[in-house]
Design a protein around this ligand. Sequence first.
Ligand code: G1P
Length: 289
Amino acid sequence: MDRKPIKKAVFPVAGLGTRFLPATKAIPKELLPIVDRPLIQYAVDEAREAGIEQMIFVTGRGKTSIVEHFDIAYELEATMKARGKDLSVLDSTRFTPGDIITVRQQVPLGLGHAIWCARAIVGDEPFAIMLPDELMIGEPGCMKQMVEAYGEVGGNLISVLEVPREEVSSYGVIDPGSENGALTEVRGLVEKPPVAEAPSTKILSGRYILQPEVMRTLESQGKGAGGEIQLTDAMARMIGTQPFHAVTFAGRRFDCGSKLGFVEATLALALEREDMAEDVRAMALRLLG
Ligand code: G1P
């Protein structure tokens, strides 16, 4: 079956980043680096690897530097060139003009509301959503695995992973149906359920491929968990009207929305970098000893 390709991704980046204060008082949390790449860059690179061309940032006040990051820094480049420096470190920050798009979420009403703010840009096409807090490392990357699954089953897809039961209340949780390899049928979805009421331990891990109808569903979505307009609730209402599957990501995930996850990601990725692995290992052993 012919499916419309996924060419657009929405990145909700309007959050205040209160868990990382004071670091995030003047710097968007999405620009905090894991080694030498900001978090947002990992997510954008993952989208590009999956064939996505247009990046839609749902931003807010104080978040303009995210857009600067993907602009051409003329003075920087001219100075580096004059000094004979290698400019290829900037390659992944370059974009075809017009492919970085921003919309503003003026008030923090929740993830569902943030996505709805991008409705005019998304238009009538299936699209991806990427939460940059969730750092997904794999080969191929998480979004590419999802796009491949989309080619097989179409409809709506969410990435999921297993967490210990006591952690489910921090996430969206699926009610799983039949399984077929990495694909699980989704029978229900609930946002941040109490542990005793969670239908499984499979949580939504911040990557989605959704049909444009979700925008219409969000239009009439009331407040849910935490008094916010939840994307999970809108998706739950679409189950039964359209195919809905979960993809279990074959790879590693770091929850960079938490300090512990952030430090873990920094160490793990530094330990894998050819240019620094040996020194980082020696340093870590020294610190532990
Ligand atoms: C959001 C989603 C939740 C998902 C989580 C992944 O929650 O609402 O379903 O499991 O991201 O990180 P938030 O972290 O914004 O509270």
